[in-house]
Design a protein around this ligand. Structure first.
Ligand SMILES: C[S@@+](CC[C@H](N)C(=O)[O-])C[C@H]1O[C@@H](n2cnc3c(N)ncnc32)[C@H](O)[C@@H]1O
Length: 190
């Protein structure tokens, strides 16, 4: 059994114990809407959805959204807010499970918020995202950037390094970014 942040064993007790993460602010929701546009029923996938806050924002934009997470208590928390016509939720390890188990073969939007930092094998993860992104689709990533907090801040480790940002943004035809205090939002186009 592994207990690194790249494993469900790490996240499951946090969700089960009531831990929650930075809320989606109205400014972040506006950036999402500006960069992605209306969904018009197209499929969207939120990887590492947690309690589903971003997935619900995508749903409100009109995307037919699925939120996946490998921590059962996260998926349970997402399901708790049950709107009949809201997002679908699925227990899945995006880094390891068969992508054929997803609801759709290709997505107009793939999103991951506060997840990229924790992945062990980032290039492999990005390859899997490319496999399920529809032509003309967008990969939306929200992540903290290293160096934006004071030296004594205990949350300084949450940011990605310049090298990790380079890995994220390489090999896309268009890279758009927007900054929100310690966070950066990326809209990546194949
Ligand atoms: C810091 S939380 C962020 C949750 C949510 N996206 C938010 O913004 O509140 C990171 C989440 O990613 C999930 N996660 C990490 N790696 C994953 C993977 N390979 N497959 C599915 N979920 C994963 C964890 O279980 C956890 O719920």
């Amino acid at each position: 059994m592994t207990n690194t942040p790249a494993s469900a064993d790490y996240w499951e007790p946090l969700w089960a114990g009531g831990r929650r993460y930075r809320r989606v602010s109205s400014a972040e929701a506006e950036l999402l809407a500006d960069h992605l546009g209306p969904g018009r029923g197209r499929p969207a996938l939120d990887i590492g959805t947690g309690d589903g806050a971003l997935a619900r924002r995508l749903h409100r934009l009109g995307y037919r959204t699925t939120g996946i997470d490998f921590a059962p208590s996260a998926v349970a928390a997402a399901r708790r807010d049950r709107a009949d016509d809201g997002p679908s939720w699925q227990l899945m390890d995006f880094a390891a499970d068969d992508l054929g188990g997803l609801r759709d073969p290709a997505y107009a939007v793939v999103a991951c918020r506060l997840v990229y930092r924790w992945l062990d094998d980032k290039p492999a993860f990005l390859d899997r995202v490319r496999r399920i992104l529809a032509p003309g689709g967008v990969f939306w990533v929200v992540t903290e950037i290293a160096g934006r907090r004071d030296s004594g801040d205990p949350s300084r480790h949450l940011g990605i390094t310049a090298a990790e940002a380079e890995t994220l943004t390489a090999r896309w035809s268009v890279v758009r970014t927007a900054d929100l205090d310690v966070l950066r939002c990326y809209a990546l186009h194949p």
